[in-house]
Design a protein. Structure first.
Length: 408
């Protein structure tokens, strides 16, 4: 997803285009909608300075990064390099990758058929120095010092770790301790490459060798910032916190406390770095590097008479169903502390086939399952289609309001 700018004043088109081109963020072509012009960009941050100047009317669209000038820049560099080394061939050029994302300081290529890991390129690099080639490629992009190919996450890995990230250039890890995956030391954190991006004005950090980053969640983060009710001054539980995808948005909205549960210690370190970088109060963020099965006990140990949990985030794919009963137990506990009838909203993330979305069976089956709890009323208030996960499969978030039934 990226932003496109709808321009009423044609005199601004050249200035916008030139600025985007200088940052390799211009996406061809400019097209017309009635009397207006639409300029597509490679910008995915709503608070980007270009949008601030020109984006009074802006909207989302689906971006293929190969359409940006940066994609052409990769082709130009590769062609020149091969010509300079008397190696220009169609067999190599047809597999030059175009789809990529820059997460400072990393240039990350998508996993695709067009790849520098293609057999033709592997044969080329066996005869030529790949570090020389990639060093020149990195210089095409300001602030890029590392290059890698993104590879699919192992679906069976509950911690969603990028075991198969394929480094191409730059040192990603220095010397690490023996048990760096499960019990990393502070020195391990210091000896590892960390990436940075800004989305919706929020700084996020992660170590690409140890945690994944999902840029497709940007719409849902924006929804938290713009539309979620009752965040300021209330508490939030994030049962699958990751690197703070959603936690940081709740904090920006003024959440009183965020209780965060995450198995991967590299992800919780990333979350803590994000909290610091954004200037949030770390005393509001209670991070537990452990299974969320203990969430209720952890929350009981925290000021049990002063809970104001308003939102519970269940952001695990392909299904967060294992966390539903945990969320319900937390709601039951909060109800036991007061005679007030608190409203809590569950944000349930799932991968769902389009047929179950169109016929309503996903929503109905979810509400039916939750309603086996006879002490509360459950009502679906919104279904957000976040992104396609596979053909005919959507990553969605279902908002469910939970009200305690009368205690009289």
């Amino acid at each position: 997803m990226a932003w496109e700018i709808v321009v009423n004043d044609s005199k601004l088109i050249k200035a916008i285009k030139n600025e985007l081109e200088s940052k390799s963020l211009f996406v061809k072509p400019i097209y017309r909608e009635g009397s207006k012009s639409v300029i597509r960009t490679g910008i995915d941050d709503a608070d980007d300075e270009v949008l601030g100047r020109y984006g009074s009317c802006k909207r989302w669209y689906e971006l293929d990064r190969g359409d940006t000038d940066g994609g052409n820049q990769i082709v130009r560099y590769t062609r020149k390099y091969l010509i300079d080394h008397n190696c220009l061939s169609q067999e190599l050029m047809e597999f030059v990758p175009l789809r990529y994302t820059i997460y400072t300081p990393l240039l990350l290529f998508n996993n695709s058929e067009k790849s520098f890991n293609n057999d033709n390129w592997n044969r080329f690099f066996a005869a030529h120095d790949p570090q020389d080639f990639f060093a020149g490629l990195a210089q095409c992009f300001p602030q890029v010092t590392h290059i890698a190919i993104n590879m699919p996450i192992v679906e069976s890995d509950t911690m969603r770790r990028p075991f198969q990230l394929h480094p191409l250039y730059g040192e990603f890890n220095g010397k690490l301790s023996a048990n760096y995956w499960l019990h990393p030391t502070q020195q391990d954190f210091e000896n590892t490459l960390w990436c940075h991006t800004v989305q919706n004005g929020i700084h996020q950090y992660w170590a690409p060798m140890f945690t994944m980053f999902s840029r497709g969640n940007i719409k849902e983060k924006k929804r938290i910032l713009d539309t979620f009710e009752g965040i300021e001054g209330n508490d939030v539980v994030d049962l699958y916190a990751g690197i703070g995808y959603f936690t940081l948005s709740y904090l920006k909205r003024g959440a009183r406390n965020c209780f965060c549960f995450e198995l991967n210690p590299w992800s919780t370190q990333a979350l803590k770095r994000g909290v610091t970088a954004n200037g949030f109060n770390s005393e509001k963020v209670h991070v537990y590097t452990e299974n969320n099965i203990n969430a209720l006990e952890r929350i009981k140990n925290f000021e049990p008479k002063d809970l104001r949990i308003r939102h519970i985030n269940l952001g695990l794919l392909p299904s967060s169903k294992d966390g539903w009963s945990i969320a319900q137990s937390i709601i039951h506990y909060q109800d036991s502390l007061s005679d007030e009838n608190h409203k809590v909203t569950l944000h349930i993330h799932e991968n769902v086939h389009v047929d179950r979305l169109q016929d309503g069976t996903f929503i109905q089956s979810t509400i039916d399952h939750l309603s086996m709890d006879r002490n509360h009323n459950y009502s679906a208030t919104h279904l957000e289609r976040i992104k396609t996960f596979a053909p005919d499969v959507w990553h969605v978030c279902l908002d469910v309001d939970v009200h305690g039934k009368s205690k009289n």
